[in-house]
Each structure stands twice: as C-alpha cells, then as structure tokens.
Design a protein around this ligand. Structure first.
Ligand code: UDH
Ligand code: NGS
Length: 376
C-alpha cells in the first residue's frame, strides 16, 4: 500500500514537472514573439519618421527612401543615423511646409546695436592671415556678405574700397572691419574695386564703378566708400547712411585726431542712393592723387546738402602708414578742376561712366572686381 502510494506520488510529481516545463516553454516562446513584434513596430515608427522628414524634399527622398515609397524600395539603406537625421533637419524647408508653419518674420534691428563695445585697440604690428580671419568670422558668407541672424538690418550697405596692390592693407581692413560691421548689425557686402593694369590711379572713378557693380548684385540702399588703409577705433561709428551725406573718418591719427579742414571729405564717407544720384555720383576725370574728395564735397554743397559727422571721440581712426604709390602722383590739374565742379558735375559723373569689367572674383571675405577704367 505504502509502495503503491509512493509510486503514484512519483508519477504525479513527474507530470507536474512536465506541466511546469511546458508552461515555461510556452512563456519563452510568447516572450520571444513579443520582443520581435516590438522590434518591428520600432523600426516601422523610425521608418515613418524618416519618411515624414524626407518626403517633402525630393533630394533627400532619394537618399533615405521610405519602405512605403515604391520607387525607393530598391535603394533603401535603413533608418537614418543620428547624424544623417540632423543633416536632413538642417536642410531648407520645402515650400509646402512654409504654408503649414509660416517662417517667423524678423523684427527690425534696433536703431543702435546692443552689441557695440565702444573704443577698440587698433595696431598694425602683427601680420594677419586670411584663413584666420575667415575662421574668426564664420557668419560672413561667400563674397564678404553678412546679415544679422536674429533681426532685420536697418540698412543694406555696400562697402566700396578703391584698390590696387595693397594686399597687406586689405588683410588688416578685413581683420578689423568684419567683426565691427557684424556688431553694427548691418546687412552688408564688401566690394574691392581693383584697378587693372599700371595706368595712373583713379580713386573716384573706381568708387563709381563700385556703386554700379554692387547694385547689380543686391538692392543696396546705402554706400560706404572707404580707403583700404583706414580703420575705425570705435565701433559706435556706424558704417551706414544718414539723412545727410556722412563723413566717417573725422579724427585720423595722422592729423592728430582732428579734421585737417572743415570741408575735408576724404578717407571714409557714406551716401544713400538718393544722395549719390542727386550729385550725379563722383567725377571720373581725377587721375592721380588729390582733389577728387574736394570735388565730391563741392557737389554736395552745390545741391544744398550738409555733411553729417560722428563726434571726434567716436570718429577716431588709424591709417596704415605707407609710401606714396607708384602711378598715383599728385594730380597737377586738381586745383583747376575743383574750381569748376559746379560747371562740370552735370556732365561728368555716373551718367558718363564707362569702364570694362575684367574679372569678378568671389573670395570668402570680399568680392574683388577688377576693372579697366582707361587712362587720361
Ligand atoms: N589706392 C590703392 N592703390 C594705389 C593707390 C591708392 O589701393 O596704388 C587706394 C587705397 O584704398 C588708398 C586710397 O586709394 O587708401 C587713397 O590713396 P592714398 O592712400 O594714396 O591716399 P592718401 O591721401 O595718401 O591716404 C597719400 C600718400 C601719402 C604719402 C605719404 C608719404 N609719407
Ligand atoms: C588736400 C587734398 C585732398 C586730400 C587732403 C588730405 O589738400 O584731396 O589734402 O590729404 N586736396 C587737394 O589737393 C586739392 S592727405 O593728407 O590725406 O594725403 O584728401
């Protein structure tokens, strides 16, 4: 009897063990299938996300086609990696997305930029390198263009530099001016107008060329005309236009930080399109050094305009010392010419400008336009 019950207990025990084992097997199979179904759902969601990002952008759809896209099924490369996905998000939004989520309209930048720091240290003892300047100004776009990211600039300003064989000066100019102009929150472009050949230099004609060429590229409303060797020592001296033509380089180190004479309009000046057109632009026939800036002053005065200037403190600037350039000797005709500005200005200016563009080069930090301006 005892032996019988022991045997049946053993049998029951084995059956129970078998049942437990079967249960465990069942649970394991269920778990395996459940996990696999999760995988599939996860992949599907990822795929849907990639599809949603890429679908409106045809270029990207080719790179990351959705499994549901029959055209792309062959070339499917899997769900995008984190980097790929970020790249996609950086791409410009397609037009249809613009209607769903309108691009935020930028507010106008304040009248006075909050980024200004005031007086600056300027020296020319250490050489500067274009690559370094580029690295330090990552927001400057190809061709030397910039506009503020977070607000709409008050003015679109073309900066025109008359130029020939002054590469070292230009590097200093770019090194100091790009950070200043960005802090001034301007929508600006830098145009270096390079006189081709070795004929006698003509600063004012190059400035006229700069005006015309810059306008071909963008709807500039203000023009700053700057010698390549002049650097402002205070970023509150904003390179923009005012209700009257502006003289910006009012206290130069070489003149003991004073104006050399009241009518002086050389170095750096700015004019709106209207102001510039009112005086028929600048004279084209001042070959060699001197007088062209006095002629411009005479033009402005004859049209009843006055000169606006920053304070002596804010208008401080340094000139890079240099020798007189070859083929820019003092112009012996300059005194006679400035005596007759009123008679000549209607015929000599933007309405009589002729030149030939030799080359346009877009560098990282500026646009260089090489021109043949002819000879006297
Ligand atoms: N410029 C050139 N290349 C030239 C001549 C002039 O790029 O060969 C441009 C440059 O932007 C320069 C501007 O024209 O800043 C005005 O010319 P400038 O610098 O010769 O005129 P500035 O009145 O100097 O500043 C005159 C010569 C002073 C010689 C002093 C010697 N101690
Ligand atoms: C005047 C010149 C200007 C010149 C200014 C400053 O005499 O063109 O000196 O020159 N006018 C005449 O010659 C008629 S500077 O000292 O910067 O070389 O801008």
């Amino acid at each position: 009897m005892a032996a019988d019950s022991a045997a049946s207990f053993g049998l029951l025990h084995r059956v129970c063990k078998l049942v437990v084992l079967l249960c465990l097997l069942h649970i394991s199979v269920t778990v395996v299938f459940y996990v696999r179904s999760l995988d599939i759902r996860f992949a599907f969601v990822q795929n849907q996300q990639s599809h949603n990002i890429t679908q409106p952008n045809q270029v990207l759809t080719n790179d990351f086609p959705s499994r549901t896209d029959p055209k792309g099924a062959e070339s499917y490369k899997g769900a995008p990696t984190e980097v790929q996905q970020r790249d996609q998000e950086d791409e410009p939004k397609p037009p249809e997305q613009k209607t769903e989520e309108p691009v935020k309209k930028l507010e106008k930048c304040p009248e006075t930029s909050p980024l200004l720091v005031g007086p600056l240290r300027v020296d020319f003892n250490t050489p500067v390198d274009l690559e370094q300047i580029k690295k330090e100004n990552p927001a400057v776009r190809h061709g030397g263009r910039f506009r503020p990211r977070d607000c709409k600039a008050q003015q679109k300003v073309a900066i025109i530099i008359p130029f020939r064989k002054r590469d070292e000066h230009l590097r200093y100019w770019l090194y100091y001016l790009h950070p200043i102009l960005q802090r001034q929150q301007l929508d600006y472009g830098v145009y270096v107008i390079n006189q081709d050949g070795d004929e006698i230099f003509n600063r004012a004609k190059l400035l006229n060329v700069g005006y015309v060429e810059a306008l071909k590229e963008y709807d500039y409303e203000c023009f700053v005309f700057s010698d390549v060797d002049l650097i402002p020592m205070d970023d509150r001296n904003t390179y923009k236009c005012f209700s009257q033509p502006r003289h910006l380089s009012v206290s130069m180190d070489k003149f003991g930080f004073r104006l050399p004479y009241n009518q002086y309009f050389g170095g750096v000046s700015s004019m709106s399109k209207d102001q510039y057109l009112k005086i028929n632009g600048f004279p084209n026939n001042y070959w060699g050094w001197g007088g062209e800036d006095d002629d411009i002053y005479n033009r402005l005065a004859s049209k009843g305009m006055s000169i606006s200037r920053p304070s002596g403190e804010q208008g401080k600037c340094r000139m890079i010392r240099h020798q007189r350039d070859k083929k820019n000797e003092p112009n012996p005709q300059r005194f006679d010419r400035i005596a007759h500005t009123r008679q000549t200005m209607a015929k000599d200016g933007i309405n009589s400008l002729s030149y030939e563009v030799v080359k346009i080069e877009k560098f990282d930090l500026f646009t260089k336009i090489t021109v043949d301006v002819g000879k006297p």
